[in-house]
Write a protein that binds this ligand. Sequence first.
Ligand SMILES: [Zn+2]
Ligand SMILES: [Zn+2]
Length: 450
Amino acid sequence: MSEREPLVGGPREPAELLLRDVRVLDPRTGLDGRHDLLVSRGRIARIAEPGSVPEEGCETIDGEGRLTALPAFFDPHVHLRTPGQEHKEDLDSGTRAAAAGGYAGVIAMPNTDPVLDSAPLLRSLRDAAAREARIPVGFLPAITRGLEGEQLTEMGELAREGALGFTDDGRPVASAGMLRKALQYQRLSGGVLALHEEDPSLSRGGAMNEGALSTALGLAGIPTVAESTFVARDAALAGFEDGRVHFQHLSCAESVVAVAAGKARGWRISAEVSPHHLLLTEEDVRGLDTRMKMHPPLTTEVDRQALIAALRDGTLDCVATDHAPHAREEKEVPFEQAPMGTTGLETAFAALYQGLVLPGLIDLATLVFRLTEGAELFGLPPARIAPDERANVALLDLDAIWVAGEHGWQSRSENCCFAGRRLQGRVLLTVAAGGVAHRDRTLAPVGSTV
Ligand SMILES: [Zn+2]
Ligand SMILES: [Zn+2]
């Protein structure tokens, strides 16, 4: 694709840090044991027997065997709301939220105001991210101009300007002919086409999952086939054109079936799932809390179990939060009128650790793999804890219990579907692209200005 750095921004000062006697777990290198982990000049300098690395004047955090170092996470689907909606989020607040959640990289969606659909706007956004973002950020410009579904963007030019791929997220590419054309241009531009799957003729006007509960609550429903039929359609189009597509925020069992069938055919498709679809169901909508209103809507327990099984076996490749900030007054309206979306960056790991790992539904190494795999899917090297690698490390206390949102949020918005819940597993420190990007309030800063 481009000669340009695919991700921009992040800490400027390389970390000098000794993590003493921490459990180091990296599913890609197979590492899982107690070690000293030395970061020097922003790189992994040593992984050694606990207690064996001498302190050399750098900050030392003693894990006493209780803290865990993981490869820092990567989220291929966040809404940073800039340009145009900075009252919801911006590059600084959105990447601060990401760093607080243990993320070392995110990919921002283009449904901004104006829509990210031109090379000059991409250039100025990347320049802004280089200055303001706390962790590296990549961008997916729109597939169609203005997300209108009628005219393709200049995909080649955008790719040369640093686009990682393209998406009309927030909306589907409703016309199969338009998507086919985009897949043909993709041969020249490269990059992944990321797809928000929703047949608008089926979903129109819906506020929650269609079923007995939507009828009982008197709310217009969105049937799961609005998603799954488009997944099947677009997997087939990708196969036909030998294109590369990535399905965003899949929410139901039938979509998993469609992805599995496409993968079995050898089609170049991948898929993500969100923490809220893995952990919540339409039952959570019963109280009409607008933080439970998202797109696609929360589905049934049968769907949720299918998503968990697919995350475990790899049919669903990665976790993506679809972090979607909205201002308080926008969400404090009747359920039908509220905008769709939940924030998710600051709670993703703890919610999944508590909801999936602790009950034994998925093992920690697999979860960490899926929380980091988003990078690979967009052609970027995933974080690895290995000698000489640039340090992308999240340090966690897996025993720490905390209440989501109790001490506020790094995000500018607070519309988090997990707000107020007691969660287990807390990110204490995030090193992104070699520098300290986040330090928890409970971790006393030593000789640092973070
Ligand atoms: Zn979407
Ligand atoms: Zn989205």
